[in-house]
Structure formats: C-alpha cells, structure tokens
Design a protein around this ligand. Structure first.
Ligand SMILES: *[C@@H]1O[C@H](CO)[C@@H](O)[C@H](O)[C@H]1NC(C)=O
Ligand SMILES: *[C@@H]1O[C@H](CO)[C@@H](O)[C@H](O)[C@H]1NC(C)=O
Ligand SMILES: *[C@@H]1O[C@H](CO)[C@@H](O)[C@H](O)[C@H]1NC(C)=O
Ligand SMILES: *[C@@H]1O[C@H](CO)[C@@H](O)[C@H](O)[C@H]1NC(C)=O
Ligand SMILES: *[C@@H]1O[C@H](CO)[C@@H](O)[C@H](O)[C@H]1NC(C)=O
Ligand SMILES: *[C@@H]1O[C@H](CO)[C@@H](O)[C@H](O)[C@H]1NC(C)=O
Ligand SMILES: *[C@@H]1O[C@H](CO)[C@@H](O)[C@H](O)[C@H]1NC(C)=O
Ligand SMILES: *[C@@H]1O[C@H](CO)[C@@H](O)[C@H](O)[C@H]1NC(C)=O
Ligand SMILES: *[C@@H]1O[C@H](CO)[C@@H](O)[C@H](O)[C@H]1NC(C)=O
Ligand SMILES: *[C@@H]1O[C@H](CO)[C@@H](O)[C@H](O)[C@H]1NC(C)=O
Ligand SMILES: *[C@@H]1O[C@H](CO)[C@@H](O)[C@H](O)[C@H]1NC(C)=O
Ligand SMILES: *[C@@H]1O[C@H](CO)[C@@H](O)[C@H](O)[C@H]1NC(C)=O
Length: 675
C-alpha cells in the first residue's frame, strides 16, 4: 500500500477531528489528526486522586503503584481513555518523571512519538490490577515499584500446543557441502542526517548529526559551529546516513554475486533512534521503504527475509494484538511491508497474507527446503504497553507463539529443518525482553530443538551470541548446551562500533552454520579530517577538541574517502584457538559453549571477542574486572531473562577470574583443556 493511502486511511478513521499538516524530513507534506481537548476538570480530578495515593502513608511504593493502576483501569473503563494521556502528562510534569512529558505521555498523533494513548488503552485490557498485570507494569514501567512477580506457569503441552516429542525425529545427514547466507542487522537509516551537523551533541534525548542538536557547553560559550562536524558516511555517535546505507548494500550485493548468497536475513531496525519529537509515522514508513528499496536494488534476485525491530513500528515499540481490539492502528505497517516483500519476490502470496495477519511475521521455505520463520519481537518487548494484559491467564495474546509452535510442529512431522529470526534476543545483555515471554519461547525452542537448526537476532548492535542450555537453562554444562543464537553486528555505528555485517556458510542438508565470516568498515578512515589529531580549541570558558568545519558541501575535500568493508574474522578460527573442533562439525551450541569458556578464561580470546564485539573501532573496551567478566559470562550463556538474572545473582562479588568447570560450576583454578 502506498504511504499516502495509509495516511489518508488513518486520517479518515478520525475524520471528525482536526487535521494538522507538516513537512517531514524529505519535504513531503504529511497530515495528522489532533485529538480534541479534554474535560480539564475530570483530568484535574484524576490527578488529585493520584496525588492522594502518592501521598498516602499506609502503602509502600508497590501498593501505591498498584492502586494508581487500579484507578487508571477504572477511569479507562469509565470511558475516559481519551483523557488518560492528559492525566499522565500532568503527573509526569508534577513528579518530573521525564523532561519530555508531552512526547512521552501525550495523546496519540502521527506527528511525533508518544505512548499516552497506548498506555491508556492497555488499562482497558488488564485483568486484576493488583495481580501480575499490575505488578509487571509497576516493575517494568514504573521504575521497579513492585518486585518482578513469580513467572506465571503455563504448560503449553497441557494446553494442547503439542504432544510428546516424537522419537522418530531424524536429523538430516550432512553431505559436507555448504552454501552462503548473508546476515545484516540494525541498519537504522537516518533520513535527517546532515553533513556538518553536531556529532558531539550533549542534550537529553539527543540524536547527534541531525539539525537542531548541539553541544551545550559550546553553545553556551557562543560557538556557532559544530564541535565535531558529522561526516558523509557516518559518525560513531550517530545513525546511518543514506550514502552509507547505499555503500553497504552495494557491497553486500557484490558479495552476493561472488559468494552466491542464496538468501539474506535482516534482523530488524531500519528506522533511526531519532528523538520522539522528530519521530513520526511518515518517517517510519519512509525509512522502511528506503531500506526495502535499497536491498532490492543491490541484492537483485536474492531473497531477503525481513523482520521489524522495535524502531520499525509507530509509535516506537508499540504494537497491539488483534485480540486486544486495538490492532487496526498498526496494520498499515504489515500492509505496506508484506506487499513490498512480495512485489520484490522475497516471499510468495501465501506468506504475504500470513505477514499481514501475523504482525509482519511469516514462514517461508527456501529453494533448498529450509523453513525460515520470521517473528515480530515487539510482542515480547518490554517497552510495548500491549504486552502487559492477561499476563497470567494467557500465554499468547497475539497468537505469535502459537504460530511459531504450529510451524515447528509441521516441520517436525515432515522432518523439515527451521531457522528462527527476530530482532530482540530473549536472553543476553539488553534486558529488553519480558521475562514471562522468554519463558514461553524457551519451552518452544526446547520442545523443537531437533527441528531448529539456527536462531538469529540483532538489536544489541554488538557482535555477540547466546548459548541456550537444555532444561530451564540453569545447568551450563557442555553436555547441556542446546542451541546457539547468533546476534548479528549492526551496520549502525551507534554507539562507538564500526559498521559490520556477515555471511554464514550453511550445511546444505542440516542447515546448521558451519562458519561465519564477518566484514567491517573502518569508519574513522572515511573521515575528511584526521580523527586522531583534533586541534585543541577554546572559546570563552569552553575548551574542546575541534575538527575542520564543512562549509561548502560541494567542495572537493569535504567528503572524505568512501569506506571499504574489510574481512574481519571467521568464528571457527577465532573461537577454537587450539584447533580442536573437527572440520566437519558445525558451529553448534557445543562449539559456542567452549567459546564462552575460552573468552572467560583466556585473555587472548577475550581480547579478540571484545575487539570483534566493537569491530576494532577506536573504542574497544577492556574487560578485566570480575564484574565485567561475570556479565560477559552471563550474557553469553543465557537464552531467557530469568536465566540472565539468576546467573548474575550467582556471580555477584566473586573475586577471581571465573573458571567454568566441565560440570558447570565455577572454580578458582582452570581445568585443563583437552589439547
Ligand atoms: C505542502 O503544503 C504547502 C502549504 O500547506 C504547499 O504550499 C506546498 O505546495 C505543499 N507541498 C507539496 C509537495 O505538496
Ligand atoms: C501531597 O504532598 C505534597 C508534598 O507534601 C503536597 O504539596 C500536596 O499538596 C499533597 N497533595 C495532596 C492531594 O494531598
Ligand atoms: C483475559 O483473560 C480472561 C481469562 O482467560 C478472559 O476471560 C478475558 O476475556 C481476557 N481479556 C481479554 C481482554 O481478552
Ligand atoms: C563428511 O565428512 C565426515 C568426516 O570427515 C565423513 O565421516 C562423512 O562420511 C562425510 N560425508 C559425506 C557424505 O561425504
Ligand atoms: C560558561 O559561560 C557561559 C556564558 O558565557 C555560562 O552560561 C556557562 O554557565 C559557563 N559555563 C561554565 C562551566 O562555567
Ligand atoms: C514420525 O511418526 C509419526 C507417527 O507415526 C508420523 O506421523 C511422522 O510423519 C513421523 N515423522 C517422520 C519425520 O518420519
Ligand atoms: C565533546 O564535547 C565535550 C564537552 O561536551 C568536550 O569536552 C570534548 O572535547 C568534545 N569532544 C571532541 C572530540 O571534540
Ligand atoms: C559530497 O557528498 C555529497 C552528499 O552525498 C554530495 O552532494 C556532493 O556532491 C559531494 N561532493 C563532492 C565534491 O563530490
Ligand atoms: C555439535 O556437534 C558435535 C560434533 O558433530 C556433536 O558432538 C555435538 O553433540 C553437537 N552439539 C549439539 C548441541 O548438537
Ligand atoms: C590475563 O589477565 C589477568 C587479569 O587481568 C592478568 O593477571 C594476567 O597477567 C593476564 N595474562 C596474560 C597472559 O596476559
Ligand atoms: C582508526 O581506528 C583504529 C582503531 O583505533 C586505529 O588503529 C586507526 O589508526 C585509526 N585510523 C585513523 C585514520 O584514525
Ligand atoms: C532451574 O531449576 C532449578 C531447580 O529447580 C532452580 O534451582 C533454578 O532456579 C531454575 N532456574 C531458572 C532460571 O529458572
């Protein structure tokens, strides 16, 4: 569907309301609908009641939070959904939750990013506000006002999702042949990127390298120019300008020919991290279109399987389940995307229909017979308000998890192997997934571990991986290693990475990854200035390291050098330092379990990991202290939120390097590796 039609449809759905027109970043006129003004008296009354709750002396902060949510639910059910955003905005200003209350809690508009209406609509859906719905909201959305409740227990097998694991699931036999698949992640195109804009911006909610961002100290001292002027191909503090998107996909397109990529996966986040006031529906849709278009332009006939990230929805991170009754607002995205994916020949008409009805999620079979299942992870993202209702009574309000398990059940019946791809990893270091949802995913992955040949995510921007262990994941032994999740490095340098992407060598029969090859661009070498030698400057009371300004965009010397993607490393070599892993064995969970062991226990391997994690940017961190090591260990060894949290609890305050023993316990001395 064309963008203009989508906007028209959204406008007519609320035609009695006032329409406001503005210009987006690319100069298009965009309209949005402004909500009517509210009954201010009622707003004030709700604010007063909330104040009384906050001031009460007979409740702890959890009790206050739950009581306020109960009040909100009552208001929502009384037909006051429309004025809840005004209540939240006022409370936000009163209690200073944020400096950007209007954009955080305001009523829905297509003109900028705000969640107020979606928070209010969620209140109409929640069950007992004092039960897990309220407790989860208070934990995740109100600064951990309540502790995380015990996970609801769902036995998906007992609920009829599947029967026993059959004993005739045969794993296909390798013929020792491979084919290649590209993996890109987190492209984050910034259509508002401006060469010469401030790349060292300092203000809250900043998105450097865009107009109207500035360095506060410099501005206060009267400096008119940028402290660090944004360069043509990107900066370490910014999202990706269109020329770098172009160059990256052009490069991948060339490799696609050379290495005969049979398909590519893109694990989400097309849209920039722009500030809420500059994030709008039109920019979201335009960014997505630009990314789809660039893939098609450079990848030709190579199918690209897409998934949305948390930035690829509007408002940011929000997505309502169909069953909630509020799903209609978000369907524009699936209509726009699924149709383009089909028009570009990436999915067929059946998968297109599937994607329209399953939040852009779909399953498709590649020409070699691999089932690729692409899932919209906003349905387990903790910033999505719509993930907070019926948390203890319904394991799957969106139907997404049942869609996944049904797909896997079908694959299991025919002995077909499957890959799962999504944006947000359920485990690992971002703590962005909802604990109870990751438990559902764990049950599915565990049940279908013989069918799943690979898990692929993005979101963390760092080049990482997560080892998943069998059972509840607490026994981190080599024999218990079950699955490996590959977390693709980002193309965006935000924050402090070199842009990167990779391709996998994949077994033609088992569809397991046999090796991964990562490419990176040295962003600092594309700059028109000498990054390592800024000039010390002072203006008024402000001293800074300055770089030459961009005064004339068409002068010869402003564009620097187009970056080149260099070969960085292959995982088989990097993480098997003693060359013990058999050449014909896949890089499966066992391989990666051992890799974690090396990373934690060997300085050389750890340094490699850190170097690759940041793709050798000027900002590669050190990880020498025990806390850092424990975190690295926990992040790399978990597939769910409860697992990460348990691991971190168990490793708090230890004093030495941790040595992972073969039985999964930790000791002060290394065990000998078998050489
Ligand atoms: C956008 O709107 C303005 C006034 O509202 C009008 O002058 C201008 O021609 C429009 N531009 C386009 C591209 O439609
Ligand atoms: C709540 O307490 C604050 C600070 O003590 C006070 O200013 C405010 O008037 C009180 N509000 C109500 C409704 O009691
Ligand atoms: C929430 O779950 C309960 C119990 O399963 C069900 O009765 C209710 O309809 C659900 N709420 C919504 C909004 O679907
Ligand atoms: C693949 O390689 C393994 C190990 O070298 C060997 O045992 C197996 O027979 C080979 N399979 C085929 C189909 O060549
Ligand atoms: C620097 O000077 C400006 C005005 O010239 C002032 O606003 C600012 O607070 C000063 N900053 C510091 C750190 O003294
Ligand atoms: C396993 O056995 C079940 C029941 O006999 C059958 O339906 C299924 O097709 C078999 N699966 C495979 C991969 O042979
Ligand atoms: C960035 O700005 C800070 C002050 O906000 C300044 O101290 C620093 O030197 C600047 N960095 C560079 C590389 O110019
Ligand atoms: C530098 O790059 C900009 C943006 O891509 C382009 O408009 C300009 O023509 C280029 N300048 C030169 C001298 O190539
Ligand atoms: C990984 O591959 C090795 C070698 O083929 C095998 O011994 C091991 O069991 C596999 N691990 C998993 C988790 O499948
Ligand atoms: C490894 O790191 C530890 C702790 O930082 C240090 O004591 C040790 O000397 C390092 N070993 C090597 C070989 O660099
Ligand atoms: C770019 O950064 C790398 C890593 O810090 C450094 O080795 C290299 O010299 C830098 N190149 C330039 C041109 O600044
Ligand atoms: C896994 O189960 C064990 C034994 O019941 C328990 O001690 C542990 O806390 C559980 N771990 C998680 C992450 O749920």
């Amino acid at each position: 569907m064309k963008l203009s039609l989508i906007l028209a449809a959204l406008a007519t759905s609320a035609s009695s309301l006032k329409t406001v027109t503005f210009k987006d970043a690319t100069g298009n006129n965009v309209s949005y609908v402004e909500k009517p003004t509210f009954d201010q008296k009622k707003v004030d009354a709700y604010v007063l009641q909330t104040e009384q709750i906050v001031n009460s002396t007979h409740m702890d902060k959890c009790g206050k939070c739950l009581t306020a949510i109960a009040l909100g639910k009552q208001a929502a059910l009384n037909g006051d959904v429309q004025l809840i955003p005004a209540v939240l905005t006022k409370l936000c200003k009163m209690y200073k939750f944020s400096k950007t209350c209007d954009t955080d809690y305001g009523a829905e508009t297509t003109g900028y990013d705000t969640d107020g209406t979606h928070a209010a609509q969620t209140l109409t859906l929640i069950g007992d506000p004092y039960g897990t719905d309220g407790q989860y909201l208070c934990y995740y959305k109100v600064n951990q006002a309540c502790p995380l409740p015990e996970l609801p227990k769902f036995d998906l097998k007992a609920l009829g999702w599947w029967g026993d694991k059959p004993d005739n699931v045969t794993v296909p036999k390798s013929e020792n042949k491979t084919f290649n698949v590209a993996h890109l992640s987190d492209l984050h195109i910034d259509l508002r990127y401006e060469m010469g804009a401030e790349a060292n911006c300092t203000e809250g909610g900043k998105m450097c390298c865009t107009p109207d961002q500035f360095n506060k100290g410099a501005r206060a001292a009267g400096l008119q120019e940028a402290v660090v002027p944004a360069q043509k191909y990107g900066m370490y503090t910014c999202d990706v300008p269109p020329p770098m998107i172009d160059l990256t996909l052009q490069t991948v397109g060339q490799f696609a020919k050379e290495k005969e990529f049979e398909f590519a996966i893109f694990t989400g986040d097309m849209v920039s991290h722009d500030v809420a006031s500059q994030t709008n529906l039109a920019n979201t849709a335009l960014s997505e279109e630009a990314i789809y278009h660039a893939f098609k332009k450079y990848m030709g006939d190579v199918p690209v399987f897409m998934t949305y990230g948390n930035h690829d929805t509007f408002p940011y991170g929000q997505l309502a389940q169909h069953k909630s009754g509020y799903g209609g607002y978000f369907v524009w995205n699936d209509q726009l995307s699924a149709q383009l994916w089909k028009d570009y020949g990436w999915i067929d008409a059946e998968a297109e229909q599937q994607a329209i009805h399953t939040y852009g999620s779909f399953a498709t079979t590649t020409k070699r017979g691999l089932r690729v299942i692409s899932l919209d992870s906003n349905l387990w993202y903790k910033k999505n308000f719509y993930n907070f209702w019926n948390t203890s009574t319904d394991p799957d309000p969106s139907g997404l998890f049942r869609f996944l398990s049904d797909e896997l059940l079908e694959c299991e019946k025919t002995g077909q192997r499957a890959w799962l791809m999504a944006h947000i990893p359920p485990g690992g270091n971002m703590d962005n997934s909802l604990a109870h949802s990751t438990e559902i995913i764990r049950q599915i992955v565990s049940r279908f571990s013989n069918t799943i040949a690979g898990l692929f995510f993005g979101h963390v921007h760092e080049d990482q991986f997560n080892v998943w262990y069998a059972g509840n994941g607490s026994t981190n032994t080599v024999d218990n290693a079950l699955q490996i999740a590959f977390l693709g490095p980002s193309v965006t340098p935000l924050t402090y990475y070199n842009p990167a992407w990779r391709y996998y060598e994949v077994d033609t029969k088992t569809f397991e990854v046999m090796n991964s090859h990562t490419y990176y661009a040295k962003l600092n070498e594309s700059f028109a200035f000498d990054f390592e030698h800024p000039v010390e400057k002072t203006i008024g009371n402000f001293s800074y390291l300055g770089y030459p300004q961009i005064t004339n965009i068409s002068s010869e010397d402003v564009n620097g050098t187009a970056p080149v993607y260099h070969y960085e490393y292959n995982a088989r070599e990097a993480y098997d330092p003693d060359h013990e892993w058999p050449a014909n064995a896949p890089l499966n969970a066992t391989f990666w379990h051992k890799a974690v062991d090396y990373i934690v226990n060997r300085n050389e391997t750890r340094d490699l990991f850190l170097k690759y994690e940041y793709r050798q940017s000027p900002y590669v961190p050190k990880c020498a202290d025990d806390n850092c090591l424990a975190n690295v260990y926990c992040f790399l060894s978990s597939g769910t939120v409860p697992q990460v949290e348990e691991c971190q609890k168990n490793h708090k305050g230890f004093k030495k390097q941790i040595y992972i023993k073969r039985d999964g316990t930790y000791g002060d001395e290394p065990e000998h590796h078998h050489h």
